[in-house]
Write a protein that binds this ligand. Structure first.
Ligand SMILES: [Zn+2]
Length: 326
């Protein structure tokens, strides 16, 4: 964590230096609005799900960008000087909030951009931190130190339809305040997005009702919001923020659960390297199947034009398979 802050400090210094040089040279290098035909109105977000919602609501009226690029790991993201330059051009910066993305608050302060923190309107669940593993030390402990201290809030809030509804409402309201001339467009776009999400929520409820199994095995502890909403359980190899290798105690617990619940599939996050998942699947004779946490898109999914709703639909067919629903 200290390393990260040192890096961030030097990044900030570089940008400061850059700014001083540009300003002292009489702003020759900054194109004026008249020269560029008017800079498009820009809203910047942190992660993919918030980017997707904001883009859908904004439609063709304003530009939306995200700081975390396709394929990047959302839990180990470190801001770059380029991110700061992008933010200096933005009208508003939308983050999940200080408990989930503390780095976003530092960036907002450094660049003076208006910050919208979504967690203020959301109901966050606590994530199941594997405390017993950490106390016993081993590989997991070292890995956790590397990731620094996190809040115990489950960061995967976009896997809650209820939270998504609240995020869409607050983004629509804030955009409408910034651009009242487009308020009607934003509201129409938000309404159509909500209809698509309501339909999917309903399909999840109906599909995941009365299934043969109550539990699935996953690599990354990302599905707590879905578990609560649709009444199933997951057991994960690693915690909600990290991908530490499981220690002996954890492997023993996983082995027991696999036998007890007759689990045959291990669901892995398609964006991760999944070294631990692959090893466990081999050792325990499990079939590997993808299940998206949807915190980000892979570059190939992005190129193929897949979006948040496509991945939620895919996840439902995978959950149906894992839970043996009719
Ligand atoms: Zn995650």
């Amino acid at each position: 964590m200290k390393k990260k802050w040192l890096l961030f400090g030097s990044v900030f210094f570089m940008v400061l230096l850059f700014t001083v040089i540009v300003v002292s040279s009489g702003q020759k290098n900054i194109p004026r609005d008249g020269e560029t035909g008017g800079r498009p109105e820009l809203i910047v977000t942190t992660i993919y799900p918030v980017y997707y919602f904001t883009k859908e609501i904004a439609g063709d009226k304003i530009s939306v960008e995200r700081l975390i690029r396709p394929g990047e790991n959302i839990h180990s993201f470190t801001p770059t000087p380029g991110n700061m330059v992008t933010l200096t051009k933005a009208k508003m910066f939308i983050s999940l909030g200080s408990t989930i993305e503390p780095w976003a608050n530092k960036l907002a302060n450094a660049t003076n951009v208006k910050l919208l923190q979504l967690d203020r309107v959301l109901t966050l669940r606590k994530s199941a931190v594997h405390h017993h593993d950490e106390e016993e030390g081993g590989d997991g402990h070292e890995e956790h130190d590397e990731h620094g201290h996190h809040s115990e809030n489950d960061p995967h809030i976009w896997l809650s339809f209820e939270n998504n509804r609240k995020m869409i409402e607050v983004i629509t309201r804030e955009l409408s305040t910034l651009y009242p001339q487009y308020a009607k467009n934003f509201e129409e776009n938000a309404a159509s997005l909500l209809v698509r999400l309501y339909k999917l929520d309903d399909l999840y409820s109906r599909t995941l009702h009365g299934c043969g199994k109550k539990m699935i095995l996953v690599g990354h502890d990302a599905f707590g919001y879905l578990e609560e909403a649709y009444h199933f359980r997951t057991e994960s190899i690693a915690g909600a923020y990290e991908n530490a290798a499981p220690n002996a105690a954890r492997i023993a617990r996983l082995t027991d659960l696999i036998k007890e619940h007759d689990l045959r599939i291990l669901f892995y996050e398609p964006l991760d390297a999944n070294k631990n998942a692959k090893q466990l699947a081999e050792d325990m004779n499990l079939t590997l199947e993808p299940l998206y946490a949807i915190g980000n898109l892979s570059s190939s999914d992005e190129k193929e034009g897949k979006d948040f709703i496509d991945l939620l639909q895919f996840d439902l067919t995978q959950l149906k398979k894992g839970l043996e629903c009719q």
